[in-house]
Design a protein around this ligand. Structure first.
Ligand SMILES: Nc1ncnc2c1ncn2[C@@H]1O[C@H](COP(=O)(O)OP(=O)(O)OP(=O)(O)O)[C@@H](O)[C@H]1O
Length: 861
């Protein structure tokens, strides 16, 4: 326990797995946690009078239990026995050999093949923030700098499994980010430029970081440095596969903030079982392709040529199905090239995986040929860049046996003919059967013992076994070793000598195989960079093939891209909803046009459940798919490059952050209005519904007016239940009304789901309540109240008022102006001539207004 305590003190934040003989044990608090997470039994033991909790599992089950602990967010320190217990008389030396944390994992059981596992670090700079992400299992290392909003968005995109932050920002970060990430706090001194710069240049063996284009990102470098520090703290020092650090060039990609990523349900949905966009569009067949597709979705392009280049490859592959099939045929069995090569770098690769790496590289040969011969220029270029790593493959073939086992200790790893010494030793070991057969025949003849058997076991080594019936025939020179019920076992001088020779050979074989395997791994290190490049090229081909497959299966078309600001979608569909409709129902496609000239803002009205949100989202998804390089679910689409997509959904629940839902809604909308650009696409879904009707209408109206008047003239879709907003089109020329049509039958509403010009009259909310099984009593009462309300407050009245305000542009709380006193005050102020007013006169005026107000107050009380 003394030894345990001394080690535990060094790793207070980690759950310590302490190797004791054949078990990994946990003690105290760790044991309580481990037993809960792993469902293993918690016991106690008396430790010098103190009761200590204890829970453990057999060492060979580490691969089963470790992932469970890490997935539960634990950092796990593995403490092993560092010497053979047989060789020491005192207590066995022990030490932590690896610290596995959620963000630093290489174990296949912890990782998900089609997702990256990023470790993130966030640095709070004096003016802005720096961020870095590393996936140690693939070697990808990225950094960026910017505002908290940008950091927030990147965190949402890369969703790191663990986030490093300096201790002094502990409270700040939980306020800013909420409980969404596993955070780990490092000492403040680690976040320093000099230290970071030195760690990075030392690792990359460069003088500075200019070559990576990140030299000017001081805060980003500090964050990256913190990641390197953490790696050494967690005993991860073999990092040759981290060959570069890349800047996340945000200006090259569509800007989507985290609300948009969430609202569009790109990779996550608020409902864990719901299908997301990535579930529908991901047809990749390799792990690295799957990971790249997610990256492309997070960072859609803004560069016209880049987008068109991807579209051209997709069109080519879609048109030549046989090429696509061949490509898929070769990529499929490839395995995870990127993670295999990382395992080589970190020293975790096993013989079977080296063979797998070789086989994967063999598949590069036909892919290279196919791509090179392609008529598509981009594909041909990728083909030229692919490196079939001829020398590497033939070396592996020469050194390893094709059926090499996973564990080197099992032997039979190195191929015959590679090492003369090994071949000789093997000959000796394998000839043993022959030799023993001969010896057995000879002894039978000499002694006349017919049931004589020569064999070996782990405890007694080689022996001759004689059944009791022949016991009296045993020569005197034989030495008895073991007595069984029906037989005796003996050893002879000759057998003893033979045993020494054989055992020596077997030990030597094992040692030699290990040595040769390690030499091979050393030799292979040079190929890390070329294999990584191959992995990236294959991932790209896989993604583009996936787009072609998607387009083929779902009738997607190639969008026409240009640098106009027009958006014209014909018969557009929602890629996810169309896949989820009940059998027999088909998705109703819709046309939609937005531009900056005459149709900048569309007010989409329509009853509940009619499909307003679907239209909004499908528009964003079509743009997003197009700009990530995919074809789109429509019959045709013309898309002028979009640089920002904003979506806001009214009164979305955000209770977990402890903010009022309406406050969140307003916050989110404010950030849109402050970041508009000419190429922005804005989708507002029932903004304003989180407050009283009058407040809501007023806010929705003011927001729409702002968008209309803003010089950016950002294209906007506004779904709303406030029919009053339909009046806006009279005053604002670029606002147009559309509604999602329904057909009213006797007692039923039929959803036609067609977007047609014009406003709509009713919401049919009560109808939806009825569909939902609300008691008849409630439905009838609601209908009565609705009729009354409609009589007393016609929506025209409200919109008339709104328009007046639009012209007057004086105050916001115009509804209170029904009060004659307030009207009087307003007129007084309007008639003031401030240019000629003296300060004393102004004060007197103010006093007069005050007097009027207090008179009113008295009267009302
Ligand atoms: N074009 C369409 N074709 C077929 N089904 C559709 C279509 N659009 C929407 N739907 C179906 O109707 C459901 C409701 O659509 P949606 O959420 O867009 O309605 P909404 O008008 O925004 O409703 P609410 O006003 O109540 O929020 C969707 O979940 C989908 O199943």
């Amino acid at each position: 326990m003394q030894q345990y305590n001394a080690i535990k003190v060094k790793h207070p934040d980690a759950l310590l797995l302490f190797r004791v003989g054949d078990f990994y044990e946990t003690f105290g608090e760790d044991a309580i946690k481990a037993s809960k997470i792993l469902g293993i039994i918690l016991t106690h033991r008396n430790n010098g009078g103190d009761k200590t909790e204890l829970a453990g599992f057999p060492h060979h089950s580490l691969n089963t239990y470790l992932p469970k602990l890490v997935r539960a967010g634990e950092r796990v320190a593995i403490c092993d026995q560092l010497e053979d217990p047989k060789m020491t008389k005192s207590i066995v030396k022990r030490g932590v050999t690896e610290l596995v944390t959620p963000g630093v994992a290489l174990n296949d059981d912890i990782l998900t093949s089609k997702s990256n596992n990023f470790l993130g670090a966030l640095h709070f700079g004096p003016r802005n923030f720096g961020i870095a992400f590393l996936d140690i299992s693939t070697g990808e290392f990225l950094t960026a700098e910017g505002s908290m909003d940008q950091m927030d968005k990147l965190l949402q995109n890369f969703s790191p499994s663990e986030l490093l932050i300096s201790k002094s920002h502990k409270t700040e970060i939980s306020e800013k980010l909420g409980p969404a990430y596993h955070t780990f706090f490092l000492e403040d001194w680690i976040f320093q430029e000099d230290y970071a710069h030195e760690s990075l240049t030392q690792h990359f063996k460069t003088k500075n970081l200019k070559g990576f284009g990140i030299d000017h990102l001081k805060n980003g470098i500090i964050a990256a440095g913190a990641i390197f520090h953490y790696l050494s703290e967690t005993q991860h020092t073999r990092l040759q596969h981290i060959t570069k650090i890349q800047r996340i060039a945000e200006e090259d990609h569509i800007w989507m903030d985290r609300f948009t990523i969430k609202n569009l349900e790109l990779y996550q949905s608020h409902n864990a079982n719901a299908i997301t966009l990535v579930d529908v569009i991901d047809k990749t067949i390799s792990p690295m392709g799957g990971r790249l597709l997610k990256r492309w979705l997070a960072l859609p392009l803004k560069n016209l040529e880049g987008i068109k280049k991807r579209h051209r490859v997709v069109a080519h592959l879609k048109a030549s199905q046989d090429q696509l099939e061949k490509l898929q045929h070769w990529i499929k069995p490839m395995g995870d090239l990127e993670r295999l090569i990382s395992k080589l770098a970190t020293g975790k690769i096993n013989p079977r995986e080296v063979i797998q790496l070789k086989n994967s590289l063999e598949a590069v040969v036909p892919i290279k040929q196919l791509a090179q011969e392609s008529e598509n220029e981009a594909m041909a270029q990728m083909g030229t860049q692919l490196d079939a790593c001829e020398a590497l493959r033939s070396k592996i073939k020469e050194v390893l046996k094709e059926e090499a086992p996973i564990q080197i200790a099992k032997g039979d790893v190195i191929a015959e003919g590679y090492s003369e010494e090994l071949d000789e030793l093997r000959a000796l070991a394998f000839s043993s059967k022959d030799y023993l057969d001969k010896m057995s025949a000879r002894e039978t003849e000499n002694t006349g013992i017919t049931s004589l058997k020569i064999a070996s076991n782990n405890v007694f080594g080689y022996y001759i076994e004689v059944r009791n019936t022949h016991k009296d025939k045993v020569p005197e020179s034989w030495i008895r070793k073991q007595t069984l019920v029906n037989a005796e076992r003996y050893i002879t001088e000759e057998l003893k000598e033979y045993e020494a020779k054989i055992l020596g050979a077997e030990e030597r074989i094992l040692h030699l195989e290990q040595q040769l395997f390690e030499q091979l791994l050393m030799w292979m290190q040079e190929y890390i960079a070329p294999v990584q490049k191959n992995a990236y090229l294959i991932a790209q081909l896989d993604c583009l093939g996936s787009f072609a497959e998607l387009a083929h299966q779902n009738q997607y078309v190639c969008p026409e891209m240009d640098d106009s600001t027009v958006l014209e979608i014909k018969e557009g569909r929602h890629p996810v909803i169309e896949k989820q409709l009940p059998l027999g129902e088909s998705y109703i496609a819709n046309d939609l046009t937005l531009n900056r000239d005459d149709q900048q803002i569309i007010m989409v009205t329509g009853p509940n459940m009619s499909g307003k949100s679907a239209i909004l989202r499908q528009t964003a998804l079509v743009v997003l798919l197009a700009q990530m390089g995919s074809f789109v679910p429509a019959s045709s689409a013309r898309i002028g490059l979009v640089d920002k997509i904003f979506t806001r959904v009214g009164a979305s629940d955000n209770i977990s952050l402890g903010e009022s839902t309406f406050m969140v809604e307003m916050n989110e909308t404010a950030s849109i209005l402050n970041n508009l650009s000419e190429r922005s696409l804005v989708l507002l879904d029932e903004i304003g519904r989180g407050t009283s009707t009058y407040d809501g209408i007023s806010i929705a109206w003011a927001i729409s007016e702002y968008l209309h008047e803003h010089p950016s003239r950002a294209k906007t879709l506004f779904a709303t239940h406030y029919h009053e907003l339909n009046e806006m089109t009279k005053t604002f020329e670029r606002i147009k009304n559309f509604n999602v049509s329904v057909k009213e039958l006797k007692n039923k509403v039929l959803f036609l789901r067609k977007l047609v010009p014009g406003g709509s009259e009713h919401s049919f909310g009560i109808h939806v309540a009825q569909m939902a099984g609300m008691p008849q009593q409630v439905v009838q009462k609601a209908s009565k109240i609705l009729k009354k309300l409609e009589k007393s407050h016609s929506s025209e009245e409200i919109s008339d008022k709104l328009q007046q305000v639009g012209q007057n542009e004086m105050q916001l709380s115009f509804f209170n102006l029904d009060d004659p006193l307030l009207e009087e005050i307003r007129d007084e102020i309007l008639h003031l001539d401030i240019d000629t007013l003296t300060p004393v006169e102004a004060l007197m005026k103010l006093n007069e207004i005050k007097r009027l107000l207090s008179k009113k107050k008295k009267a009302s009380s």
